[in-house]
Design a protein around this ligand. Structure first.
Ligand code: NAP
Length: 292
């Protein structure tokens, strides 16, 4: 098979802009589309071709990569009339890297297959830093032979690349990741709330427990920023709420209770209602009264 050279990249926000940048640097011909054009400007300045719609960005590409916000965005750009599935050339590879629903992934896989297209769900973990450093973990669902063809592209963006199984398996694995994050993040916030209530010096507590068995990426990479008064995302609370809702809904279908996830989702929904959804997940410290 000829080398895959032409990539359409849709969704150039916090994560997508960095990922598309690595593909440009690696020599791929990258076309971009994003709802807000200004967020693609740095890529356009580096040589990416701007497209006016998702359909235009998918046309005549070997590979189409999407990194948008919510499952509804994914459904719209793939399945709407004139969208990606309608516009992609026969044989093209479609990779959704958004954290989305496994049900949507299965739907896109079926629609793509009917048009001789190859669809994979490939959400990532590793945060904005992982995207910038090209060290993301990539969790992949779809046909194994399609995954194998795309390994050189995944290697440009990530370091830990794992094929999980059939369509939707990447998104199910990502739900596992977010379920684990929910408990870890809230646990760290609760520990510092306890420290404050007990009259301890939070920095001294951090100095002690961030180097022992309680240390985690949530503590040293995320909550640390909040203790320093930096609430810029990273990873937005509203996206964590979306991810936990996906976990919650699918867990019900699988007959699995997730009580800790339920509590954390409730807390984050309350924060969204008070207008804090676009802050980084470290802002959960505010909900616990650790910082103002
Ligand atoms: P983001 O900054 O909001 O980026 C998403 C981009 O997609 C935005 O620029 C948005 O446009 C664009 N978009 C949304 N719907 C679109 C549509 N229908 N057509 C065209 N463009 C559209 O979010 P992010 O932090 O990069 O996250 C992207 C995805 O990765 C989310 O699903 C998130 O949960 C997941 N994720 C994030 C992280 C992280 O640490 N940030 C880590 C792992 C996974 P606008 O600019 O107009 O809003």
């Amino acid at each position: 098979m000829a080398k895959l050279k032409k990539i359409g990249f849709i969704g150039t926000g916090i994560m997508g802009a960095a990922m598309a940048g690595h593909l440009l640097n690696a020599g791929y011909e990258v076309s971009v589309y994003n709802r807000t054009k200004s967020k693609a400007q740095a890529l356009i300045d580096k040589g990416a071709r701007w497209c006016e719609t998702a359909g235009e960005c998918a046309k005549n590409q070997d590979v189409v990569i999407t990194m948008v916000g919510y499952p509804k965005d994914v459904e719209q750009i793939y399945l709407a009339e004139g969208g990606i599935v309608d516009s992609a050339k026969k044989g093209a590879y479609l990779i959704d890297m958004t954290t989305s629903s496994p049900i949507v992934a299965e739907k896109i896989y079926a629609a793509a297959k009917a048009k001789n297209l190859h669809a994979l769900d490939a959400p990532v973990t590793g945060g904005d830093i992982g995207a910038k450093d090209a060290t993301l973990s990539i969790l992949i669902g779809g046909d194994k032979e399609d995954f194998e063809v795309l390994i050189p592209i995944f290697e440009v963006i990530g370091k830990n690349i794992v094929y999980e199984g059939g369509a939707g398996s990447g998104q199910k694995t990502k739900a596992c990741n977010q379920i684990a994050i929910a408990g870890a993040l809230a646990g760290v916030c609760e520990a510092f709330a306890y420290a404050k209530a007990a009259g301890l010096d939070i920095e001294k507590v951090y100095a002690a427990i961030s180097k022992g068995a309680a240390s985690s990426v949530q503590m040293t990479g995320v909550v640390r920023k909040g203790l320093d008064g930096d609430f810029k995302p990273g990873f937005m609370l509203k996206h964590l709420a979306k991810d936990l809702a996906i976990g919650n809904e699918t867990a019900t279908a699988y007959g699995q209770a997730l009580p800790i996830l339920g509590m954390v989702l409730h807390e984050i929904r309350n924060m969204e209602k008070s207008g804090q959804g676009a802050e980084g997940t470290q802002a959960l410290l505010k909900y616990y009264g650790v910082v103002d």
